[in-house]
Design a protein around this ligand. Structure first.
Ligand SMILES: Nc1ncnc2c1ncn2[C@@H]1O[C@H](COP(=O)(O)OP(=O)(O)OP(=O)(O)O)[C@@H](O)[C@H]1O
Length: 134
């Protein structure tokens, strides 16, 4: 029973499609607590840091254009085993594998524009919370 923190980011398509309220509500209904939140417009530099492991991928230019196309809604979310729990709630990165009932399965139909990001481990959560909330 470890209380953890994770960094969750609703990507530009979620904000544009007015899905913030609905997704925040799903996170709260699961029993997690949102302890910090803000809308931000990200620049190419912070996207390159956040997705450093993907810089060499052929889809990176599309990912960069998408992530800088409008504001994102970043959150610190806390709860028991929240890192794995949020990954489960989000569904897999590949939206064709994301089942209905997951956030990506319910709202996304494209693997780049996949609505939501969540830290994948404790180390990443610490780095990402620092990156986006200081
Ligand atoms: N094969 C792909 N084709 C197009 N876009 C992709 C592909 N793989 C990943 N992406 C985009 O890059 C993002 C980061 O990919 P990563 O492999 O880090 O997955 P993730 O950890 O599930 O995603 P995120 O870091 O956004 O939570 C994905 O969320 C998606 O927007």
């Amino acid at each position: 029973m470890v209380n953890e923190k994770t960094y969750i980011m609703l990507k530009p398509d979620a904000v544009k499609r007015r899905l913030i309220g609905e997704i925040v509500s799903r996170i709260e209904k699961k029993g997690y607590q949102i302890t910090q939140a803000k809308l931000m417009t990200l620049d190419k530099k912070v996207i390159a840091e956040h997705y450093a492991h993907l810089l060499h991928k052929p889809f990176y230019p599309n990912l960069e254009a998408y992530m800088t196309s409008g504001p994102v809604f970043g959150m610190v979310v806390e709860g028991e085993n929240v890192i794995a729990g949020m990954r489960q709630l989000m569904g897999p990165t590949n939206v064709y594998e994301a089942l209905p009932g997951t956030i990506r399965g319910d709202y996304a139909n494209n693997t780049t524009e996949n609505i939501i990001h969540g830290s994948d481990c404790k180390e990443a959560a610490t780095i990402e919370i620092k990156r986006f909330f200081g």
